[in-house]
Design a protein around this ligand. Structure first.
Ligand code: AN0
Ligand code: CP
Length: 317
């Protein structure tokens, strides 16, 4: 595997989940594979899970790991070509990327959408430059439009917890005080669309996602109707995608919060969220603390999705 930025990069999803579950059962089986290899993790944005789980995954494979928080201690980076660099940015990404590539074998990048320029975000300018100029295999640790390590972990989690061959999976928008990217919901939809699950998305009017991600999903504007008979509720906030509201908050209506009375409409569904989650905005305390909440096993599977991807990349070096 030379890059991992989207669902297609994983290939056959059933094979990938099988490999992931084998790794989970014996996570030190390949501890020689990464000996004398270095992973460089580059963060343009904050992280708790991705940082810890990806580093742990690399260590399970015997790798050395370097972590760089670009905005803390490194030179401020210019990302656009043609800019006269007379401002506060001391270095250009076009030098920084190949330099970073000199010191490692694999690169993981986290770079969120700016949410002001839709084209720049949807062209994935930052991670695409890493792929082009680093000379190393690159994987996404959440880029502008996708979060594939999260979606892979979500898929592994659903496969572990499902009690029906074709579960009903419902992704619901929920309120949040800050504008968030569409990366997590886009990516979750892209991965769910690879499966044969019954997949439903529910959100207020105006929060339609890019149809190239939502694909075959059923869009249901009535949240309660969407929840009926669900086996998994996947909550997430996102900002508007459609013009002229790209990147904007259109609603903070707490009527969309996931609460126990709505969970009662489901078929005893499991509750999922990628975390970090704002309690009593996105989900009530009692739902996230209930036995049906699987947010912690979901987060634990981030180590497994990362290890599967890094293992495949090491095997292709
Ligand atoms: C980020 C997002 O919504 O993309 C990261 C989620 C994994 N969330 C926040 O910034 C709160
Ligand atoms: N779910 C997730 O990616 O969390 P972090 O932002 O903490 O890495």
């Amino acid at each position: 595997m030379k890059k991992f930025t989207c669902a297609a990069d994983i290939g056959d999803w059933r094979k990938a989940v099988k490999e992931a579950l084998e790794i989970k059962a014996n996570r030190f089986a390949y501890s020689e594979l990464g000996r004398n290899r270095t992973l460089m993790m580059i963060f343009f944005n904050s992280s708790l899970r991705t940082r810890l789980s990806t580093q742990k995954a690399a260590m399970n494979l015997g790798m050395n790991v370097i972590v760089l928080d670009v905005n803390q201690g490194a030179w401020k980076l210019e990302t656009e070509r043609g800019v006269i660099m007379d401002g506060d940015k001391a270095e250009h990404l076009l030098e920084a990327i190949p330099v970073m590539g000199c010191y490692c074998d694999l690169i993981g990048v986290r770079s969120f959408a700016g949410l002001t320029d839709k084209n720049a975000d949807y062209e994935e300018r930052v991670i695409e430059q890493f792929i082009r100029y680093s000379g190393r295999p690159v994987f996404s640790m959440e880029a502008a439009t996708r979060h594939p390590l999260q979606s892979f972990a979500d898929l592994i989690t659903i496969e572990e917890f499902k009690t029906k061959e074709r579960p009903k999976v419902v992704m619901t928008w929920a309120p949040h005080p800050r504008a968030l990217p569409q990366a997590v919901p886009n990516s979750f939809a892209e991965w769910m669309n690879m499966t044969d699950y019954d997949f439903v998305i529910t959100h207020p009017h105006g929060y339609e996602l890019d149809p190239s991600f939502t694909g075959r999903a059923k869009i249901e504007y009535d949240q309660k109707k969407a929840f009926e008979g669900a086996d998994f509720i996947y909550a997430k906030n996102w900002s508007a995608y459609t013009d002229p509201n790209y990147g904007k908050i259109l609603s903070t209506d707490r009527a969309w919060e996931v609460t126990s009375d709505k969970m009662a409409l489901t078929d005893n569904a499991f509750f999922m969220h990628c975390l970090p989650v704002r309690r009593n905005m996105i989900v009530s305390d009692d739902v996230i603390e209930s036995p049906q909440s699987i947010v912690i096993p979901e987060a634990a599977n981030r180590e497994i999705s990362a290890q599967t991807v890094i293992k495949r990349m090491l095997e292709s070096l």
